[in-house]
Design a protein around this ligand. Structure first.
Ligand code: SF4
Length: 319
């Protein structure tokens, strides 16, 4: 703006400007004169040229989120859909504000109705074993056992142990196999265990001579080990023939081995005792109890053995 223009503006705004006389030229032309203040300031510090600040760029308006640009198609996932970051399909997807509503998840299929519980099939019942034959009498049977070589036990035995007692007895006792004393004497249930058996029989009302006593095996297994199944298989027909000949009212099976082999089962003696079984194919009642040798080691079980004897007595009385 020129000084003349400035004066015109100030005059138009009603502002009187004082001018020194020397500022007006003789021809009436106003001469540009600096004010005393301006002069003083000019003398102290020269006026620096104005520095123009760099233009501030105004921030660009935020770009609309991608999903606002254009709604996705109904059959497409929204743009923010990160398939890799999504939870497994089993979890419901989070609701998106602008995402199209998806159809509600279909309910899981109903589980098929549970099949009715079925009890495990019982183990197959083995065929009943057979005796050596109905034509074999006592003398022949005893001779067969004396000369038997059906299994290896005949090599190590001292004497075969055939059986003792009344061949017309109504009460029969069956044990597992001869032990050391039985092998030496050729008679079942001798020694301490034999004495306890005699006492048990006596308590039940029988003398030893009034019952018949025999074993599943007729020869002693070495070191008193359990009879092997193959040994039982070839030897038990002798015992079955004895049972056929005696036809007792009741059989008292003493010990696990005797009870399991007579009844052809793997059940423990603790589960076999306390009830009446049937010897197939003869239909003869069998009561199982603990072996006298076990009762000598575990006297606390004698009460249960006595219960078994009473059960056998009831069966015997009903026979
Ligand atoms: S255990 Fe029985 S089958 Fe074996 S040798 Fe003795 S009597 Fe014969």
């Amino acid at each position: 703006m020129t000084p003349e223009q400035r004066l015109l503006y100030l005059d138009a705004m009603g502002i009187q400007v004082w001018l020194p006389n020397d500022a007006v030229a003789a021809d009436g032309v106003v001469v540009e004169v600096a004010s005393p203040v301006e002069e003083a300031v000019a003398e102290v510090a020269p006026v620096a040229p104005p520095v123009s600040a760099p233009p501030v760029e105004s921030p660009a308006p935020p770009a609309p989120p991608p999903f606002m640009e254009e709604p996705p198609a109904w059959d497409e996932p929204p743009p923010w859909y990160d398939e890799a970051a999504m939870p497994p399909p089993s979890a419901p997807p989070p609701m998106a504000r602008n995402a199209p509503r998806s159809a509600p998840p279909s309910p899981p299929p109903r589980p098929a109705p549970a099949a009715p519980r079925q009890r495990p099939a019982p183990p197959p019942v083995p065929e009943p074993r057979r005796s050596v034959g109905a034509s074999v009498g006592w003398e022949s049977l005893e001779s067969m056992v004396r000369d038997c070589t059906r299994c290896e036990l005949h090599r190590s035995r001292t004497h075969p142990v055939f059986g003792v007692g009344d061949r017309n007895a109504t009460w029969m006792v069956v044990g597992e196999a001869p032990g050391h004393d039985e092998d030496l004497q050729g008679e079942p249930f001798v020694g301490r265990a034999g004495k306890l058996l005699n006492a048990m029989l006596w308590a039940a009302g029988f003398a030893r001579e009034q019952v018949y006593i025999a074993n599943v095996l007729k020869s002693r297994p070495p070191n008193n080990r359990d009879p092997r199944p193959d040994e039982v298989e070839v030897c038990i027909p002798y015992l079955l023939r004895q049972i056929e000949l005696i036809q007792p009212r009741v059989i008292l099976a003493v010990g696990r081995v005797a009870a399991q082999n007579l009844l052809q089962t793997d059940e423990a003696i603790g589960r076999l005792r306390g009830r009446v079984h049937t010897l197939r194919p003869y239909g003869i009642p069998v009561v199982a109890t603990y072996h006298p040798a076990y009762l000598l080691r575990t006297p606390s079980q004698k009460r249960r053995a006595w219960d078994d004897l009473k059960l056998a007595l009831r069966v015997h009385g009903a026979g």
